[in-house]
Design a protein around this ligand. Structure first.
Ligand code: PMV
Length: 294
């Protein structure tokens, strides 16, 4: 039995546009998904415990085709199951053990579909736990690449390498197409406000793709986001000396989280009094990516 964990993330800049080759800068946060993998004779059983810090809980135990009894959209549940299935396929492929069976247990502190990279964290941790269980230790870069293939497949080809690379490596990263690198970042006092909602990343990315193909303004917006990222990167270095403030949505949208930078208690208090904000929490930058757990 092996347990591995990997962090969620917030986007400082560049979600959506990153899918079309613009740069993005996501940062890992100290909210982790933990996955335990143990060998069984054949097949796959998945036990998912608390898949959110607040809001809904996903609990299911059964084969890949069984639907857990929870009151959230089918597409989200199917995606959740899909990530684990495909992660296990990647682990089988990486270890040359096509028939290896697994019991997998998922415990996550990251709200599902809320722009905090829950699926990437579960996928990254699952690949690490299952390959280690088979006696193979992959590099974080290889785990990131395999996790990207999982997201790409589950999200019908609508995924960038940003979430998966960030979750595997930890800290702040910069992703532009296939060019993925870790970057230095100052201390980032993230405050996150969660509206209790959840979006289907694949569907939201497909929606942006359609708009981009149909309307010139949407294509221009994607390019403009790229420019914001390039300017934001410069500001990130300046923030090291200055103490930065700002707030934005994080992730695909469609419900979920905003992220603000504030080292005073003021943003947290304001969010606590904002109607529709279900939970507010601090999440420090997590410099550690995927790691085995005791
Ligand atoms: O909402 P999340 O945490 O799944 O982030 C999605 C980020 C997108 O840029 C919209 C898609 C992607 O694969 O980069």
């Amino acid at each position: 039995m092996v347990t591995a964990s990997a962090p969620g993330k917030v986007y400082l800049f560049g979600e959506h546009a990153v899918v079309y080759g613009e740069p993005a800068v996501p940062c890992a946060i100290e909210r982790r998904a933990q996955v335990t993998a143990s060998r069984r004779d054949s097949g796959l059983r998945v036990h998912a415990g608390d898949l959110t810090i607040d809001g809904f809980t996903v609990e299911y135990e059964g084969g890949a085709s069984e639907r857990p009894d929870v009151d959230i959209e089918d597409s989200l549940v199917e995606a959740g199951i899909g990530y684990v299935n495909e992660a296990i396929e990647q682990a089988r492929d990486a270890t040359d053990a096509p028939d290896a069976g697994f019991d997998v247990t998922v415990d996550s502190e990251i709200p599902l579909g809320a722009g905090l990279g829950s699926s990437a964290a579960v996928t990254v941790a699952a690949i690490d736990a299952a390959t280690r269980e088979l006696g193979v230790e992959l590099s974080p870069e290889e785990i990131a690449d395999r996790a990207y293939r999982v997201e790409h497949s589950v999200q019908d080809g609508q995924a960038s390498r940003a979430d998966t690379f960030c979750s595997a490596m930890g800290g702040a990263v910069r992703v532009e197409g296939d060019d993925c690198r870790t970057i230095e970042a100052p201390d980032l006092p993230f405050v996150i406000g969660y509206d209790g909602g959840a979006g289907d990343t694949g569907a939201l990315v497909a929606g942006v793709r359609n708009l981009r193909e149909e309307y010139e303004f949407a294509a221009d917006t994607v390019e403009a986001i790229g420019d914001v990222v390039r300017r934001g990167e410069a500001a990130l270095w300046a923030a090291r000396d200055a103490g930065a403030t700002g707030a934005k949505l994080t992730g695909a949208g469609g419900g979920g989280c905003i992220v603000a930078l504030d080292d005073t208690p003021e943003t947290t208090s304001a969010l606590n009094y904002t109607p529709g904000c279900e939970d507010t929490f601090r999440a420090e930058l997590d410099t550690e990516g995927v790691r085995p757990e005791e």
